[in-house]
Design a protein around this ligand. Structure first.
Ligand code: C5P
Length: 236
């Protein structure tokens, strides 16, 4: 691989204290921290903002609404300065275009603009679940369909499962940012993740960022666990 795969630690907690404790331990050992709905709803946007002032932040709120409402939400996030953020590709081209425009307006300096990521098919959905919402065909077909549409509509990248990295790279080339959760270092517990891959294999397949939660946050020494993953990524 010609580019380095970077490490995001997912801080899934409702406690500001816990999130700060983890962040303090992980400074210098991870490339960004992820906060999502759980932290944001429990602790509020001020707490998220406080985090973003101190650490590179992946704000994973997965917005999905009419274009005008998503654009309004994202322009309000101009106060927060996350490095990466998420919307749902299923919101469609108009929603993604408006999201992109709102971010460009909120961050006139393109170097400061957060990377706009579209979530394709949730990893909790399988082919049967897709059928139940009226989508025929395989999960991979749907990921590729939504992924191509999202990038053509202005998303900078996609959140995808490890299984989808190679087909997405084949379809879209090396430009889009691919962020991949469901990563497990060899020998660690899979927890509730179904489609998992090691950091090495995700890096080889072409992930730009990997997202690792419990293998870091539940480790006896989180910094040690993060350092081991970084060492694995360095050796690819
Ligand atoms: O603890 P674990 O490593 O499984 O955490 C992965 C993180 O990535 C969690 O915050 C989870 O919500 C998130 N995520 C995921 N699968 C997706 C999207 C996000 O596991 N498709």
């Amino acid at each position: 691989m010609s580019h380095k795969t970077r490490l995001i630690a997912a801080l899934d907690t409702q406690s500001i204290q816990q999130a700060h404790d983890w962040a303090q331990q992980l400074v210098g050992h991870v490339d960004a921290l992820k906060l999502g709905l759980e932290f944001t709803y429990a602790c509020g946007l001020e707490a998220v903002k406080g985090f973003a002032q101190k650490h590179p932040l992946f704000l994973d709120l997965k917005l999905h609404d009419i274009p005008n409402t998503v654009a309004g939400g994202l322009s309000a996030l101009g106060q927060i300065h996350p490095k990466l953020l998420t919307i749902h590709a299923a919101g469609g081209p108009a929603m993604i275009e408006r999201a992109r425009e709102a971010l460009e307006a909120a961050y006139p300096n393109s170097a400061e603009r957060p990377t706009l990521l579209a979530v394709t098919v949730l990893t909790s959905m399988d082919e049967h679940a897709l059928q139940e919402i009226g989508v025929s065909g395989s999960v991979e077909d749907q990921v590729l369909r939504l992924g191509k549409m999202a990038i053509a509509s202005g998303a900078d990248g996609l959140v995808c499962s490890s299984k989808e990295i190679i087909p997405l790279r084949q379809a879209l080339g090396c430009q889009p940012t691919l962020v991949v959760p469901g990563i497990r270092p060899a020998g660690s517990a899979s927890d509730d993740q179904k489609r998992i891959m090691t950091p090495t294999d995700a890096a080889r397949a072409g992930a730009d960022w990997i997202v690792v939660g419990r293998p870091i946050t539940r480790a006896t020494h989180p910094a040690e666990a993060a350092r081991a993953i970084q060492a694995e990524l360095q050796s690819v």
